[in-house]
Design a binder for this molecule. Structure first.
Ligand SMILES: Cc1ncc(COP(=O)(O)O)c(C=O)c1O
Length: 405
């Protein structure tokens, strides 16, 4: 078979997905459907639960890819006010005028810090609209005694974060009777697996280890840029307002928005091959140990001067990243980079500043979100000790919210 050809579909989808799905079903206590990425699962959920033309309350401090997923689903993003210390949705500051006319609420659970899911659930029930949880960062987080992802009509997880599979996710649903219908919708949206993509996936961990060992990370990123796989020059991808208006004038769908939605993961809608699923299952079975490492590092980072009020006395979560709050975030990022610690998952500026009112409803209280986006330094808890050493040596000062932004 030539590279680029489809892999043979000789195994039934039900069988190949069942290993990872049953591991996740046991963990969450909900019906779970394997999807090739969290963004794909969110698109599937938004299409299923929200009529095109609807409005979705979401967080402005979020991956821009998710903003484009909402647009691709034919929906208008409505940016919510956030709490300054952890970037969670500030329910009390969402004005009545925003609640009216919403089709859904989409949480973010940024870096693993839960949004107020029990209260959002109650509010959505009163309004008769679905709650959809983006649990990409929050696979081990708990709120109100229940796992994040256990509140929404639908919740979506990414296996590229804590699990480290660099592919895949789960769409978990409250109503197990929806499984067949959603699986059919998923299968219609999947693109055929390609041998080239599977081979690239199989060898990537070895290539990355080699690149790190030889300290060639910068050269590798430049090569990816040349190959068209690295689309970000800055934190936010280029919006391309003219192209976006044109895409919005067409029908909702992934195809029209593909060039935005695929950023950072070109395989986001590819039918997975066996290598991906086997690696995913293996990594997923080691998740508890990973979560414990995240929890231990989170505890250490929150106990520093940069830990801010993120803990609020609550139980420590196994955060995906700990949003340390530092006065000069860019200087801190540079100090870490000099010690070969890369800072990812920065979401600055907030989406309303990035996209503007042509493409989204703006937050009525943007200052706390802007402050959080400017000062949050997403620290990998598994490297807590190194990060604390570098920040201490560089004299990084904590940022303190003064109520004005
Ligand atoms: C908050 C959030 N949601 C969803 C995603 C998308 O996850 P995936 O890459 O699995 O599509 C990301 C990606 O980083 C993210 O940061």
């Amino acid at each position: 078979m030539a590279l680029g050809e489809s892999c043979p579909a000789e195994f039934s989808a039900r069988t190949v997905y069942s290993g990872p799905e049953s591991l996740m079903r046991r963990r969450l206590g909900r019906e779970c459907l394997y999807v090739p990425s969290c963004r794909f699962g969110l698109y599937l959920a938004l299409r299923h639960w929200c009529p095109p033309g609807g409005r979705v309350l979401m967080s402005p401090v979020n991956d821009d890819v998710i903003f484009f997923v909402v647009l691709a689903a034919g929906l208008r993003p409505v940016q919510a006010p956030l709490r300054p210390y952890d970037g969670s949705i500030d329910l009390d500051r969402v004005p009545d005028s925003d609640w009216r006319g919403l089709s859904a609420v989409l949480t973010t659970n940024l870096y693993g810090n839960p949004d107020p899911a029990p209260e959002l659930r109650a509010r959505c029930d009163r309004l008769g609209i679905p709650l959809i949880e983006d649990a990409a960062h929050a696979i081990g987080s708990v709120v109100g005694g229940r796992p994040v992802g256990g509140f929404g009509d639908a919740s979506v997880f990414s296996l590229s974060k804590h699990v480290g599979a660099k592919t895949g996710g789960f769409l978990a649903v409250a109503d197990p009777a929806l499984r067949t219908e959603l699986a059919l919708a998923r299968d219609e949206l999947l693109q055929p697996s390609r041998l080239r993509a599977e081979l690239a996936y199989a060898v990537r961990p070895y290539a990355e280890a080699g690149v790190r060992g030889l300290r060639l990370v910068r050269a590798a990123r430049a090569a990816l840029r040349v190959l068209g796989q690295e689309e970000r020059e800055a934190i936010r991808m280029p919006l391309r307002a003219g192209d976006l208006k044109q895409a919005l004038a067409g029908e909702p769908g992934l195809s029209g928005f593909h060039s935005w939605v695929r950023v950072d993961m070109h395989d986001y809608r590819l039918r997975p091959g066996r290598t991906r699923l086997r690696r995913t299952e293996r990594l997923l079975s080691g998740l508890d140990a990973r979560l414990e490492a995240h929890r231990a590092g989170t505890r250490r980072l929150l106990d520093t001067v940069w830990g801010g009020g993120a803990r609020d006395g609550a139980e420590v979560q196994p955060l995906f990243r700990v949003p340390l709050l530092v006065e000069d975030r860019d200087a801190a990022v540079a100090a870490l980079a000099r010690r070969r610690i890369t800072t990812g998952y920065l979401y600055d500026p907030p989406l309303d500043t990035y996209a503007g009112e042509v493409f989204t409803d703006l937050s009525p209280h943007p200052a706390p979100a802007a402050w959080f986006a400017r000062h949050a330094l997403p620290a990998d808890p598994r490297r807590a000790d190194e990060i604390i050493r570098v920040l201490t040596a560089s004299g990084a000062r904590p940022a303190v919210w003064d109520g004005r932004g």
